[in-house]
Design a protein around this ligand. Structure first.
Ligand SMILES: *[C@@H]1O[C@H](CO)[C@@H](O)[C@H](O)[C@H]1NC(C)=O
Ligand SMILES: *[C@@H]1O[C@H](CO)[C@@H](O)[C@H](O)[C@H]1NC(C)=O
Ligand SMILES: *[C@@H]1O[C@H](CO)[C@@H](O)[C@H](O)[C@H]1NC(C)=O
Length: 375
């Protein structure tokens, strides 16, 4: 279920709860509040059950009208739809250099208010979508595990049309009416571990989730050929944001691609006896979530390879959101190929895990400081 939120409620609740004794989860990326609509009629054919061939996409995958109206954009994106006005709702997540996020169609939006109409914003201009302006992403980790591919990081969210104060929300392939958020939003990748040996082939990832807000983002595509895809891409923890749904380092200033072990299922944690427990997200009526019974474990990474952002993303002359017609430099494909090359001289799972948990503390601290500075 996907929910919208209202920042003032978050701020008020945090003030009421006090900062000192709680894990300050509210300011985290993609924490969502205040349901916009919880009783929409379900689509006859849920978006997750619609399967498409990347080379033969329909204009719109969602032809319903429903309570939320028709799909706002389209899926048959290509050279003619590329640019700052694109309403492409097909996202591609292939590599550190080449991935898309969901952003808003018009400036100064909130994730919650525009979740149904989000459009693809990509690092490259080759997907018929908008281009994330150079410099917007200041840290990113692309990780592949046996079960999913995931991109997490730090972004200036105003550059993909979100209000700078927006604490955000969840976008996923479900939504209250199962038409997805955005409605008709579909996601493809050529990076699933199960695709190795079939280089370049794009397959749909019917199950995916993404959180965006407080200048953090995460998007996870769960391999439908693996047994627990629905659990890794769980969509019921819409109030917990990136750290609980996609635990990773969120290190600013680092641009890296890694292999890794799969995370605990979102919402699953281990008690002091090592027994697995399932977190129950309280209903909105119970008020803000101010404490959590667990901290998410950041999975071990390995074979991380780091890059300078200038080496992997197009470098238009300015930070203009309209710079999306700038062609990708010819160097990009070569770098893309290198991104999956294992770096055996740096296995470093332990040290990475340690520094990663430090980074979560930093994320918490940063979120709290940002909130304080807003008050
Ligand atoms: C963005 O929206 C908020 C309220 O939604 C408004 O107060 C603010 O002035 C807007 N900022 C810009 C740059 O339009
Ligand atoms: C985000 O980008 C806008 C537009 O370039 C800029 O005004 C703002 O200061 C940036 N915010 C941060 C946190 O860097
Ligand atoms: C692998 O990592 C080492 C140490 O971090 C670095 O010196 C080397 O350049 C890396 N190799 C590649 C191919 O990135």
């Amino acid at each position: 279920m996907v929910r919208a939120f209202a920042l003032p409620f978050v701020v008020a609740a945090i003030i009421a709860a006090g900062f000192a004794d709680v894990q300050a989860i509210a300011p985290l990326a993609g924490s969502a509040h205040a349901p916009k609509s919880v009783s929409q009629k379900r689509s006859a054919v849920p978006l997750v059950d619609k399967h498409f061939d990347y080379d033969n996409l329909p204009h719109k995958v969602d032809t319903e009208v429903g309570e939320r109206g028709p799909q706002s954009g389209y899926n048959d994106c290509g050279p003619s739809t590329a640019g700052p006005g694109s309403l492409c709702q097909t996202a591609v997540v292939d590599s550190l250099a080449d991935f898309c996020l969901w952003g808003a169609p018009v400036a100064n939006s909130t994730v919650g208010d525009t979740e149904g109409e989000a459009v693809a914003w990509c690092t490259q201009n080759t997907h018929g979508a908008r281009v994330i302006p150079a410099g917007a992403i200041t840290g990113v980790q692309f990780i592949r595990t046996p079960d999913y591919v995931q991109v997490t990081g730090v972004i200036n969210q105003t550059l993909i049309n979100y209000n700078s104060d927006d604490t955000g929300g969840e976008l996923d392939a479900w939504g209250a009416d199962f038409r997805g958020n955005p409605e008709g939003g579909i996601v493809f990748t050529n990076a699933f571990a199960s695709l190795q040996g079939r280089s370049g082939k794009h397959v749909q990832s019917p199950m995916w989730h993404s959180f965006m807000g407080s200048n953090k983002f995460c998007i996870k595509l769960c391999d439908p050929d693996r047994p627990n895809a629905a659990k890794y891409c769980e969509h019921i923890y819409d109030r917990l944001g990136c750290p609980y749904n996609a635990p990773a380092s969120y290190a600013d200033g680092v641009f890296e691609t890694c292999e890794g072990t799969s995370q605990d299922f979102p919402g699953v944690y281990y008690d002091s006896n090592g027994k697995p427990q399932q977190y129950q997200q309280p209903p909105e009526s119970a008020g803000e979530i101010t404490t959590m019974p667990y901290e998410p474990r950041i999975p071990a990474t390995s074979r991380c390879v780091q890059f300078a952002s200038t080496a992997i993303y197009p470098q238009p002359t300015a930070l203009a959101p309209t710079a999306s017609t700038t062609p990708a430099p010819t160097a990009a494909p070569e770098h893309q190929e290198r991104l999956h090359v294992a770096n055996r001289s740096k296995s470093g799972a332990t040290s990475t895990a340690i520094s990663a948990s430090g980074a979560v503390g930093l994320v918490l601290l940063t979120g709290t400081l940002a909130l304080i500075s807003m008050l």
